[in-house]
Ligand binder design. Structure first.
Ligand code: HEM
Length: 266
């Protein structure tokens, strides 16, 4: 394993930047996230729509789902749709999302511990936290670059080039670029190279884009999707099904033409 993954770069950084400024930066990023999500909720009225829709679904319910059954559906949805990204079709998408999701969670968690507990010139950091910080970024890079180069629908199914960037890529790109610059900053700082300053600046800027862009990007899906998945499964159980028909009982017939090429048109 390369040695830089055992070195906490915030200790070295605290020689030139006060610890309180590092902590202030993390707090500012959390505040940007909360602010962005609240603005999003206010502007798009999506939470209002969600509750209105849930009320409508209740009126259309064909059966009354008992509380115990509802609790079971919620637990199953959290275990399947949230914790193991189970609603993705295809194992590649699921694994890429799991890598990105858990990588990011590990990276953010370890960042908070490093910056709030081990970011002074005399800090002695438990090596496991430093390892987790690097591992989280590496997992995020693996999952998000895999998604970016090979799995994006407009690349995998619609034939666009991997380097075509559209505004909706803001989230995945700022996410993966942040982790890339974090790793490069740590690597060059451990090597004692002057490049580390450049990558530190880029790391800071990409974090500002990621967290400052919450209102415009897909960032907030991590808060909305769990609620939407629970509502979807509850609506299936009570028969309201969001006004959609039940699936046909006969198998779907597409004819032999379906076998001519890989089924990647979704
Ligand atoms: C730290 C948490 C998470 C991260 C970093 C993350 C990351 C991502 C990324 C990078 C994408 C691709 C976005 C794109 O299309 O450009 C994505 C899509 C998606 N994520 Fe997550 N995710 C997180 C949490 C969750 C959770 C909790 C759920 C569900 C309960 C979820 C469900 C989905 C789904 C269904 C998509 C498919 C595309 C879409 O509908 O936009 N994600 N996620």
């Amino acid at each position: 394993m390369p040695t830089f993954v055992n070195i906490n770069p915030f200790v070295e950084l605290s020689n030139s930047v006060p610890t309180i400024a590092l902590q202030g930066f993390l707090i500012a990023m959390a505040a940007l996230t909360i602010g962005g999500v609240l603005l999003d909720i206010k502007h798009k009225k999506n939470v209002k729509y969600f509750f209105d829709n849930a009320k409508k679904a209740k009126e259309k319910a064909k059966t009354n789902v008992p509380t115990g059954k509802k609790a079971e559906i919620i637990v199953k949805t959290v275990a399947h749709d949230v914790l193991i990204s189970g609603e993705f079709c295809g194992w590649k998408r699921q694994v890429a999302h799991l890598l990105g999701m858990y990588g990011t969670i590990i990276f953010w968690g370890a960042s908070a511990v490093l910056v709030f507990k081990y970011a002074t010139p005399t800090s002695v950091t438990p090596v496991i936290i430093t390892n987790l910080w690097h591992l989280g970024m590496a997992m995020t890079c693996l999952g998000a670059y895999w998604f970016w180069f090979f799995l994006r629908v407009d690349v995998a199914a619609e034939g666009h080039k991997w380097y075509r960037v559209v505004f909706t890529d803001l989230f995945v790109l700022s996410l993966v670029i942040t982790s890339t610059f974090g790793l490069l900053w740590s690597f060059f700082q451990a090597a004692g190279s002057a490049w580390s300053t450049l990558f530190l600046v880029l790391f800071v800027l990409s974090n500002i884009v990621l967290f400052g862009g919450v209102y415009w990007s897909k960032f907030a899906h991590m808060f909305y999707k769990p609620g939407a998945a629970i509502q979807k499964h509850l609506a299936e159980a009570d028969g309201s099904r969001d006004g959609l028909p039940v699936p046909a009982d006969a198998p779907e017939q597409f004819g032999l033409g379906i076998k001519r090429e890989a089924p990647r048109h979704y």
